[in-house]
Design a protein around this ligand. Structure first.
Ligand code: SF4
Length: 455
């Protein structure tokens, strides 16, 4: 399937002759030697008002105009362990282990995202998303390569048609950062491809011939890896198909390389709406001024931004972490949309949490903060079963005529079900135990002590 695709990755990675960082290389003998002791803990040089990151520790020689150039960031991704060790303290043994890991699951992290990591904290939640772990190999027997069965639903190369009215266009396998929890980790070994114009044409023909399709999701890899010009070619062609109502773009660029969301891109997107953008913040520390500005540019261009986070062990698997994240998202006008149970992908088992953890988090948020801040917790079922919302159980008992519901405080309420005329009473608060009326719900045959609410 990929043999006719355009080999791009190596080309992109070797475009760096004029690369500033290479001219100011960390291998420059005038620089401090790499390793643990070269990493200063002094952040006092950071200009006030800037993101609290290590940019000014590791990249202080990079002027703003170069730092803000997304192509520079892309060309200068950290892709090998030797270079990583110039920023993150790694023992010789750790380096040897991680080199083995990257032979199977490569490394790629942008200087921008690297600068969000606290290099002195092995448990840093940003680090765990970007830096390989030996556990990717030691637990790799657990899980499967393609848990969602995307290959089965692929109708023409790169086009997944699972639901009648939606299709997924996978345009590339290249991402600016390789997230350690990625569902498409299986694609990383394929060496970096972009669908050729002929392959895109085949996808467009399929979409044009199936009038039930009203929603096209452009994804990858990360589709914003393509040039704005190439993206416009594809998006404008999709817009010419009369039965397509909306286009969605799935991208992590606002999080890992927000500089990509530039004026040129936003102006282009504004011409082809309605376009929705789904991104992937997992932790409050990813919501930097740069990320906020990127989302703001999208919103001002008429592109609504939703967030799909993944529940990850030791990264965001607490009520506090999720609440902070979702409050932070609302402040930058990004809607918390989905919280995904981490898929059972080979090489991600160490980051997966029990399903109960997600349910408890939603339970700890629902009612304690605005409903707008509470994402829908979903499991994407294996073998293409689709997304299933998994929620705390608020229905304690139910008959045709009434329900017993508990609220976020644990108080229990009786609620008359209007589909039946059997229960003429208005909602009542149920107190257990109580000393007045006794009622029962026949389905469960459990006597319930009730008292009319004083409200
Ligand atoms: S951006 Fe998305 S597709 Fe790319 S590595 Fe991260 S999770 Fe995977």
């Amino acid at each position: 399937m990929k043999t006719s695709s355009v080999r791009l990755k190596s080309q992109l990675m070797h475009e760096s002759e004029e690369c500033y960082l290479e001219n100011h290389s960390n291998n420059d003998p005038e620089e401090e030697p790499p390793g643990k002791h070269s990493i200063s803990t002094d952040l006092e040089e950071e200009p006030p008002g800037k993101t609290a990151t290590t940019r000014y520790r590791f990249f202080r020689d990079i002027p703003d105009n170069i730092w803000d150039d997304w192509k520079w960031q892309f060309r200068n991704r950290i892709t090998n362990i030797e270079r990583l060790a110039q920023f993150i303290p790694l023992s010789a043994e750790e380096q040897a282990q991680l080199k083995l890991v990257t032979m199977r699951y490569p490394l790629s992290v942008t200087p921008y995202y690297l600068s969000l990591i606290n290099p002195d904290d092995p448990d840093d939640p940003i680090r765990k998303q970007a830096i390989p772990s030996a556990l990717e190999m030691t637990m790799s027997s657990m899980g499967v390569e393609d848990p969602l069965g995307e290959k089965t639903d692929t109708v023409v190369p790169g086009l997944v048609h699972r639901y009648p009215d939606r299709v997924l266009m996978v345009l590339t396998d290249i991402c600016p950062m390789l997230c350690r929890h990625c569902t498409r980790k299986r694609e990383w070994r394929n060496g970096g491809w972009v669908q050729s114009p002929a392959e895109v044409e085949t996808m467009l023909n399929y979409i044009g011939q199936h009038e039930a399709i009203r929603d096209v999701i452009i994804s990858g890899g990360d589709p914003l890896t393509l040039s704005t010009h190439r993206l416009e070619d594809i998006i404008s062609r999709i817009r010419e198909i009369r039965h397509i109502e909306i286009i969605r773009i799935g991208t992590r660029f606002p999080v890992v390389l927000p500089q990509r969301i530039d004026k040129e891109l936003c102006t282009m997107l504004a011409n082809y709406g309605p376009i929705w953008l789904n991104t992937h913040f997992n932790h409050i520390r990813e919501i930097t001024p740069e990320a906020a500005e990127a989302c703001d540019r999208l919103l001002r261009s008429g592109v609504p931004v939703n967030n799909q986070s993944v529940l990850l062990r030791g990264i965001n698997d607490s009520i506090k972490a999720q609440t902070e994240l979702c409050h932070g998202l609302l402040k930058i006008k990004v809607r918390p949309y989905y919280l995904f149970q981490c898929d059972e992908v080979q090489g991600t088992e160490h980051l997966r949490t029990p399903v109960e953890a997600g349910i408890k988090i939603i339970e700890g948020m629902r009612g304690h903060t605005s409903g707008l801040a509470v994402p829908t917790f979903v499991i994407d079922l294996p073998q293409g079963g689709g997304k299933v919302p998994v929620q705390p159980n608020y229905i304690l008992a139910q008959t045709e005529s009434e329900l017993l519901l508990r609220n976020y405080e644990g108080r229990i309420f009786r609620y008359r079900n209007p589909t039946s005329s059997a229960c003429p009473e208005s909602p009542a608060e149920v107190l257990c135990p109580a000393d007045s009326t006794t009622a029962s719900l026949p389905q469960n045959q459990v006597p319930i002590q009730v008292r009319r609410s004083s409200k």
